[in-house]
Design a protein around this ligand. Structure first.
Ligand code: ADP
Length: 432
């Protein structure tokens, strides 16, 4: 074990202490003997002096024995004591040094902030109070082996910390080493969140796929059974089955697009593409949907090309999602305006902004921050009825991230919604 290797005296501090006392007594005996021999001191007085010195030499380790105050006896010199405290204080993660009973010797500011109940000279078990942590601490003390436990913090937000208890030898006043416990806390919250998100994602995706699948197999059973000879019902059911199959295909399409964009998220597109024809192409492609919903698409685009560093296919998907959403959810407003604007010269981070504005029911403010989450919908029924997958805006956000752009969503309920895709302006050849 590391502790035994690093400090052979760790498990045998008492002989060390006795050796110290013996050296003091020997020196005192020699000095007194010299004085007695040269007649400067009477034998009785010398014996009395020797007893006093002996008692004084034994007092400190008797004090230590009753462990009146472990802090008084720990650390050989102030420099070493300060070094131990400084190492704990300087650790980037929350860290606490405990004695072998679990009493707090040192703790850094991060630990004090994480668990305000931890106080110097008080037992950590009382402050942390988790059976798992108490067991881990007891085991680490008993076995001198590292132990791990989970520390959960719920205020102000949920946090998962991995607690590692490492036995460490700390020098004592008598030259030996005392078994102390170094507790460090490691924040696992981001990892946990990613794990949770993955689990949620798989659960959502399978649920979304299972719903149309269940409908399909239900209708197949009906067509094979009771509706076998009902031509009218067959036509109707086949129509519904066709829509469900399309929904599944769309969902798989969106899932694949999402994972493709995620895979290349770290690679920023570098080809220059003109946004004007891309937006026109999307708007033209959505004309049939617009006339079906009785919505007019108004396009306000400059005459001259507006180029950004981008991926053409992804940009087509992005504008398709935004304009299609405006047509689907904002149809009651009767018009959708798609416009492009650019930052004025001299702006620090110049942008090209494409705004898609509708005049429909808008979105209540509590939904705005969550709209780009996968499978999040304001109204699940409405989204499904419109053939939505709940992945459109998530895809939009990922495409914008890859383009180092941002998505702005503004909405006033009953007055419509505006989705703005902002891209960094491409550097002009002169600037590069
Ligand atoms: P979906 O496939 O359901 O359309 P999206 O991710 O594209 O998924 O959109 C998420 C939700 O945001 C939609 O279900 C809808 O409730 C809401 N939403 C999106 N665009 C608009 C809009 N222009 N007006 C009102 N609500 C919108």
């Amino acid at each position: 074990m590391a502790i035994e290797q690093s400090s052979p005296s760790f498990y045998a501090p008492w002989p060390d202490r006795l050796r110290h006392s013996a050296i003091i007594l020997l020196a005192a005996a020699l000095a007194l003997a010299v004085l007695v021999v040269f007649g400067d001191l009477a034998m009785v007085r010398a014996a009395a002096a020797f007893i006093c010195i002996g008692a004084a030499a034994l007092v400190p380790w008797r004090l230590h024995d009753v462990s009146a105050s472990r802090e008084d006896v720990r650390a050989v010199n102030p420099v070493e004591a300060a070094a131990v405290a400084a190492v704990v204080a300087g650790m980037p993660d929350p860290a606490v040094l405990l004695d072998r009973a679990g009493r707090v010797l040192h703790l850094n500011a991060a630990a004090a902030q994480l668990a305000p109940a931890l106080r110097r000279n008080e037992l950590a078990q009382f402050a942390l109070r988790s059976p798992e942590i108490i067991t881990a601490l007891r085991e680490a003390i008993a076995t001198s082996e590292t132990r791990r436990a989970t520390y959960l913090d719920h205020v102000p937000v949920d946090r998962w910390m991995e607690l590692i208890i490492t036995p460490v030898p700390v020098p004592t006043l008598f030259g030996g080493a005392d078994k102390c416990m170094l507790m460090t806390f490691h924040d696992q919250t981001p990892l946990r969140r990613v794990e949770e998100m993955r689990a949620d994602f798989v659960a959502n995706a399978s649920h979304e796929l299972r719903t149309p699948l269940a409908a399909l197999s239900g209708f197949i059973d009906t067509l094979q059974g009771p509706a076998r000879d009902d031509a009218k019902a067959r036509e109707r059911f086949l129509g519904i089955m066709h829509n469900q199959a399309k929904r599944m295909a769309r969902l798989i399409d969106d899932l694949l697009s999402l994972s493709r964009v995620e895979l290349s998220a770290h690679v920023r597109p570098d080809a220059l593409v003109d946004l004007v024809p891309i937006i026109r192409q999307v708007a033209d492609g959505l004309e049939p949907l617009a006339s079906e919903r009785q919505v007019v698409i108004e396009i306000e685009l400059p005459e001259t090309p507006v180029s950004i560093a981008g991926d053409r296919e992804e940009l087509l998907r992005l504008f398709e999602n935004l304009i299609e959403n405006a047509l689907k959810y904002g149809a009651s407003g009767g018009r959708v305006v798609v416009s492009l604007s650019q930052s004025l010269p001299g702006e620090v981070a110049p942008e090209v902004r494409v705004m898609v504005r509708d005049f429909g029911p808008g979105i209540a403010p509590e939904h705005l921050p969550r709209l780009t989450e996968r499978f999040y919908r304001v109204d699940v029924g409405d989204s499904r009825a419109q053939g939505g997958t709940g992945l459109g805006l998530s895809l939009v956000k990922h495409i914008l991230n890859r383009h180092r752009g941002r998505l702005l969503i503004e909405s006033v309920p009953k007055q419509g919604a505006t989705f703005t895709a902002a891209f960094p302006q491409a550097k002009t050849p002169e600037a590069t």
